[in-house]
Design a protein. Structure first.
Length: 314
């Protein structure tokens, strides 16, 4: 794709479109999410695209037996009988001792129980040993990832996809973990942002310049354009230069397999002082939808992306 150039400014397209037809065959999509409701026509700028632009646990058994001390009761009746076997006295149980032991047993039992993880919390989806909810744990697991660590994988698998959900940011250190472990496996980090949108880092690509993404919050809106076309817009909360090419996966509503999709991205102008100016949407190419209306495009920045296609019959 050609770079836009202007005097005193560098203008680049927010997305870079390359060959993407078979991407959904190798990277599994996460569970389908709630469908996106159509918004009003005013949610997408009419200046960007014309209608004709696209044709279509029990507790441990710590029981305590408390026996009555009968030494004083029998003191006056004792007789010296040589044949009697002396019985050692049992030490008295301190008052409250049983309750203390029971409390300790409860604490131990609670510590052994797994911590419940909310489905809305940032977490791994398919890591077999446990649910990881911290980036450092995830990066360590990613660096030493094997097929045995993932659900649904076999001994011979060479492409390993670690799936995350409710992702709000991606640290720059992800590039080091995804590239660790030599060339035995190709590792992919699939980060679901919600609303049917994911960002994917592929270990087979050049991720050396990846800066990380501090804000991956997105909103998605769809509207009808004319009688047949649908425009779905993915808006990131902020504009950030990623520093490497990653994949943006989107599940398009009312889009069937094989449908031609035109992809538009904002033009972004950056001057010598680093000031960013967002311009109009520009078409960066076309692709075809995969299963369930999934499309994937390569991007180099978080911005606004629009997908225009002929809507499937309801």
């Amino acid at each position: 794709m050609k770079l836009l150039q202007c005097i005193g400014k560098k203008v680049v397209l927010a997305g870079v479109l390359i060959g993407i037809g078979a991407a959904w065959e190798t990277v599994p999509a996460l569970a389908a999410e709630a469908p996106i409701k159509l918004a009003s026509e005013s949610s997408v700028s009419e200046n960007s695209i014309s209608e004709n632009s696209v044709s279509e646990n029990s507790l441990p058994g710590n029981s305590v037996t408390i026996e009555n001390d009968t030494s004083k009761q029998n003191e006056g009746t004792k007789t010296d009988t040589p044949n009697e076997t002396a019985q050692p006295e049992k030490p008295p149980v301190e008052e409250g001792g049983q309750e203390v032991q029971l409390e300790e047993a409860v604490e131990i039992a609670q510590e052994e129980q797994p911590v419940a993880v909310s489905p809305d919390q940032f977490q791994t989806v398919n890591y077999k040993e446990q649910i990881l909810t911290d980036w450092q744990q995830i990066l360590d697991a990613l660096a030493s990832l094997t097929p045995q660590a993932l659900t649904g994988y076999g001994e011979g698998d060479k492409t390993l996809v670690l799936q995350l959900q409710n992702v709000e940011n991606i640290p720059a250190a992800a590039k080091d973990s995804i590239g660790a472990g030599g060339t035995e496996y190709t590792k992919i980090l699939q980060c679901s942002l919600g609303s049917g949108v994911s960002i994917v880092l592929n270990g087979s690509g050049d991720n050396g310049g990846f800066h990380g993404i501090s804000n991956t919050n997105v909103s998605v809106a769809s509207e009808k354009r004319g009688k047949k076309s649908v425009a779905t817009t993915v808006r990131f909360a902020s504009h950030e230069d990623i520093g490497a090419v990653v994949s943006l996966q989107v599940n398009l509503p009312q889009c069937s397999k094989g449908t031609k999709v035109s992809v538009y991205a904002e033009t972004v102008a950056i001057d010598d002082e680093g000031n960013v100016t967002v311009g109009e949407n520009a078409c960066i190419g076309t692709t075809k939808a995969g299963e369930n209306g999934n499309v994937e495009i390569p991007i180099q920045s978080t911005a606004n992306y629009m997908f225009v296609y002929k809507g499937a019959k309801e």
